[in-house]
Design a protein around this ligand. Structure first.
Ligand SMILES: Nc1ncnc2c1ncn2[C@@H]1O[C@H](COP(=O)(O)OP(=O)(O)OP(=O)(O)O)[C@@H](O)[C@H]1O
Ligand SMILES: [Mg+2]
Length: 831
């Protein structure tokens, strides 16, 4: 502020407001509300208050100069006192006055110069004020120069950032060289408040004024930029979804142009049609349509679309109301069963009874059938045959390879790749809601299970529950009550109890050799000839060769291996035919060994000679009845006795009980005390790799032990089965038919069995019974009497031991149980 103040305003040079000294004047005054007029500003003024109008009139009447000063409080109506106005205002020249109809006046005024209000002369009809005109305080130095440039730059920035001012403002700012004016120009910004404007007006020092506007501008630019950032963020959010929307609309438009309608909507319509035509029950249809609706509402690209489509496809593809008509003709059914299977009279009869009941009443809640027997006896093919006899579809599901409950009942749809369980899958395959449904290998269930699959199966098989079978995936119930379930398995015992309760078990124990040969002749040979493209003129197998095939090339309860051997014969003959042979090949026993190599099984598995310390037992395994040799040796040394050959606990305990019986009866059996004290018995049941268990080898083990201890041989053609008690009684066993068939196959001439199994003998084919002697026993003495070559010689009674039987033949001294004569009269042999 070094140089003297000087007047620089344009107004100053254009219209000098009079020559009065020190620029003091008395002027009419108009009080302004919410507005501040600056020098050089040309603005329209709306004047309403009477005093203001009069002041205008006065000014116009004089020299058109007027003082414009802003009120401190805008709402103030009547100004009485200079304190009610700011101290600094503007001298303005009135350019024009227009009288409006409502009595207000519009005046156009041009600011001239700042003035300081000194006081009021009068406020009678208008305010007449004493004022002092003031000039900017400025100097031409670098600071001003720098400030001017700064402010110009800021104004430009302000305009570019989107300030609410015309864009020309920036250009105008560049062209103003007067620093004070430049600062005043910023007052045009609508962002500035009345107070800020007034402050600007009051700041006479130009440097200060420039600093003031510079601060103001900097702040405004910052606000604008922040505002811009916020807006652009909001905008980009909006843009993305809007873009997608627009693109999708465009896609639709393009498809319409190309004549391709929206594929999803077309699919939705198609699905809806399928649902309508699927014959679903009403609640299921509702459910399906709801899903279809949901599909039409989600974008095509959503993975959900595929999930819904698969689901509805499943619902649509199930045979809700499709069923096959049953063949109600039981005679016809019997013919079909006979056509497919040889023998099995009892089984077929049972099946026909079952079918009769089912066909008589639709709602019959009979338990399902379970066919149980060794492999290859025709369980599966019998099921197929039942379906054919009834005229129903046939589906088969193996429970053997199943891992958890979800395989039966399906996975919930929330899992990725979920599908219905195997029950529903098979129903779909069947294409009808009343197929014959075979559950194979039901005895293998629960062996490698994670969930509890048998509970899911229960729901399937229970006639009370299966009309509303709930698959996890379908979520809607499916009626399984018209399905005919048939289960198969190799053994009864492993079938879970709860399932067994709901089944009627039909045993298929296996075939005799004659039956097998017959099946081979009537069924397997024609079938395999067909499979290999051979005609009766190409090949014939003699009866004798067929018997040899059964006896010497196979060793099984069923006919699966027989079928395989026949197939291999046919293969070889087919080859010779293909090589040009035109004459018929007759397969004789001799030809068989040329085709198949030497026979694999000797007729009979029994020991060729009488043996000491070995006896033949009968067992039932997964592959049917079988014979096993029990071997016992006696060694020096005093150990507990040894049991080997993968024996189960029950079998081990049975051996111990048997040994105790022998010790208790040692004297009678001619076995000395030292023999027990100095020796160790080793019992071995060969074929050590297969685990064995059960009590039915009891009498066999005792017989072998007695033989080993006494040195008396066991007859070679005897096979036996029966459980033994500590007191030497013989208890009944299971699987009798299978065991007797096995004994017959192995060539046994005499079979020892518990008396209490007598009732089961009805099932044994006549041809078998006629070829063997069956001995029914009640106690161990009877077993030994039948099995050993000769009677043991009892020892002389020792002084402390109870009186034993007297004499070799016994009898006279015998009083009770264990002292009874060793060899009572032989029990009557059956057959
Ligand atoms: N009585 C029979 N008459 C005619 N063919 C038979 C007879 N029994 C079995 N077969 C035939 O033997 C073959 C094996 O039968 P199938 O497959 O039904 O045995 P399975 O009892 O189901 O055995 P697995 O327990 O191993 O499943 C089939 O070709 C079947 O037709
Ligand atoms: Mg089978």
């Amino acid at each position: 502020m070094a140089s003297k103040p000087r007047k620089t305003t344009a107004a100053g040079s254009a219209g000098q407001p009079g020559e009065s000294s020190a620029d003091h004047r008395v002027l009419p005054l108009v009080a302004l509300r919410e507005t501040v007029i600056f020098p050089e500003m040309i603005v329209p003024l709306q004047v309403g208050r009477e005093k203001s109008v009069k002041a205008l009139d006065r000014a116009v009447a004089d020299d058109s100069f007027i003082a414009l000063v802003t009120q401190r409080q805008a709402e103030r109506e009547d100004i009485e006192n200079p304190d009610e106005l700011y101290g600094v205002g503007t001298l303005a020249k009135i350019a024009q006055v227009v009288q409006a109809q409502d009595g207000t006046v519009r005046a156009i005024v041009q600011g001239q110069q700042r003035l300081r209000l000194l006081g009021f002369e009068t406020t009678e009809s208008y305010i007449s004020a004493r004022v002092e005109l003031v000039n900017d305080e400025t100097s031409e130095d670098l600071e001003v120069e720098a400030l001017v440039r700064t402010v110009q730059g800021q104004i430009e920035q302000y305009v570019q950032s989107g300030a609410p001012v015309p864009p020309e403002a920036a250009v105008a700012a560049r062209n103003i060289s007067e620093p004070g004016l430049l600062a005043d120009m910023v007052a045009y910004s609508p962002d500035m408040t009345t107070e800020q404007r007034q402050e600007l007006l009051e700041t006479l020092d130009v440097v200060e004024r420039l600093k003031l506007v510079s601060t103001f501008l900097a702040r405004q630019v910052e606000i604008l930029e922040l505002k811009g950032r916020i807006q652009s963020e909001v905008k980009s959010e909006l843009d993305k979804s809007q873009r997608e929307y627009i693109l999708r609309e465009q896609l639709k438009a393009i498809q319409r142009e190309l004549g391709e309608d929206d594929p999803q909507q077309a699919e939705v319509a198609e699905l809806r049609e399928k649902v309508e035509g699927s014959g679903m029950p009403e609640p299921v249809k509702e459910r399906a349509l709801k899903e279809v609706d949901r599909m039409s509402r989600i974008p095509t690209a959503s993975p959900e679309v595929g999930v819904i489509r698969t689901y509805v496809d499943w619902l649509v593809s199930l045979p809700w109301d499709k069923s096959t008509a049953d063949n109600l003709d039981i005679k016809q059914a019997a013919v079909v069963l006979d056509e497919d299977h040889y023998g099995l009279e009892k089984v077929k009869e049972r099946i026909l009874e079952y079918l009769s009941v089912r066909t008589l009443s639709e709602n019959n809640r009979s338990p399902m059938l379970a066919l149980v027997g060794p492999p290859g006896v025709g369980k599966t093919s019998l099921g197929r045959s039942v379906a054919r006899a009834m005229g129903r579809e046939f589906v088969r599901m193996s429970l053997g390879g199943i891992h958890d409950e979800a395989e039966i009942r399906g996975h919930r749809r929330t899992y990725i790749g979920a599908l219905p369980g195997r029950i529903i899958q098979n129903i779909k395959t069947a294409g009808s809601n009343n197929p014959v449904f075979m559950l194979d290998e039901i005895d293998k269930i629960g062996m490698d299970f994670r969930g509890d699959p048998s509970s899911a199966l229960l729901e399937v098989l229970d006639p009370e529950q299966n009309s509303t079978f709930a698959d996890n995936y379908l979520e809607v119930p499916f009626d399984l009550s018209r399905v005919l379930f048939i289960a198969t398995g190799n053994l009864v015992d492993p079938i879970p109890m709860a399932l067994r309760d709901r089944m009627e078990i039909i045993p298929l124990p296996g075939y005799t050799q004659r039956e097998k040969a017959e099946i081979g002749r009537r069924f397997l040979v024609p079938k395999q000839m067909g499979n290999h493209g051979l005609k009766p003129r190409n090949v014939e197998i003699t009866d004798e060769a067929m018997t040899t095939l059964v006896q010497s090339y196979t060793h099984e309860a069923g006919v699966r291996n027989l079928e395989r051997e026949i197939a291999s014969v046919m293969r070889k003959i087919a080859r010779s035919v293909a090589e040009g042979r035109t004459t018929k090949t007759t397969v004789t026993t001799r030809k068989l060994s040329q085709l198949l190599g030497p026979s694999r099984f000797e007729y009979g598995e029994l020991e060729p000679e009488d043996q000491v310390g070995a006896a033949t037992g009968l067992v039932v395994t997964e592959v049917g009845g079988d014979v096993v040799a029990v071997e016992v040796t006696r060694m020096e040394g005093k150990e507990d006795f040894i049991l080997t050959g993968q024996l189960g606990d029950v079998m081990r305990e049975s051996a111990r009980a048997g040994l105790s019986w022998i010790r208790a009866n040692a004297a009678r059996l001619g076995i000395s005390r030292e023999l027990f004290e100095k020796n160790t018995l080793h019992i071995h049941v060969p074929a050590g790799a297969t685990p064995k268990d059960g009590p039915s080898a009891g009498i066999t083990m005792v017989t072998a032990m007695v033989s080993a201890l006494t040195g008396i041989a066991v007859r070679k053609d005897v096979a036996m089965t029966g459980e033994i008690t500590l007191r030497g009684r013989v208890l009944p066993i299971g699987g009798l038919k299978s065991k007797i068939l096995a004994a017959h196959l192995s060539g046994a001439r005499l079979v020892i069995l518990p008396k209490r199994n007598e009732k089961d003998l009805r099932d044994i084919p006549e041809e078998v019974r006629s070829q063997m002697k069956l001995v029914l026993v009640e106690n161990m003495d009877q077993v030994l009497a039948a099995a050993l070559r000769r009677k043991p010689r009892p020892l002389k009674p020792s002084p402390i031991s109870p009186p034993a039987a007297e004499g070799d033949e016994g009898g006279k001294g015998a009083t009770r149980g264990r002292n009874a004569p060793l060899f009572p009269p032989q029990p009557p042999a059956v057959a």
